[in-house]
Ligand binder design. Sequence first.
Ligand SMILES: [Zn+2]
Length: 177
Amino acid sequence: MERLKYLAGYPQHIQARVHELIERDRLGAMLVDKYRQPHAVRSDGQLYAYVQALKDRHLRQSVPLGKVIYDSKLQVMKHALGTHTAISRVQGGRLKASREMRIATVFRDAPADFLKMIVVHELAHLKETEHNKSFYQLCTHMAPDYHQLEFDLRLYLTHLDVERRSRAPRSAVEGDR
Ligand SMILES: [Zn+2]
């Protein structure tokens, strides 16, 4: 059975079920059915406004947002679903903390719920660096169905991988080795 990199942390029986959906060519249809709503957050400016609005609603007390951008070079998994860089700089003798947030470009075309999930994840990191219990409490505070969304996002990324491989010409696939 081929390894599912986005689901590596999940139990075997769940991975087997996902393999079954892929083999029956059902995974994409299932996701489209469940996540029909697109979003209109296209530019970095729109992304900033979107993140700021969620932050104002749920995490008003946290550090100010710094730069917020879509990053096409970001690999989703390598950076644990996003990246969050703490930038401290001295301003007028006072240490001012601000945060830079980069969101992988794949989310620009993803369903609205997945963009929300990744932004919630990154916002929770404004308060918690680790993926610990209080981190996930912050996530579910902002998005009550956070855990389901993260799992389905992993299915979505798996689906995109399968699609990409099935579209690639045979020679290109062989050239991968
Ligand atoms: Zn994280």
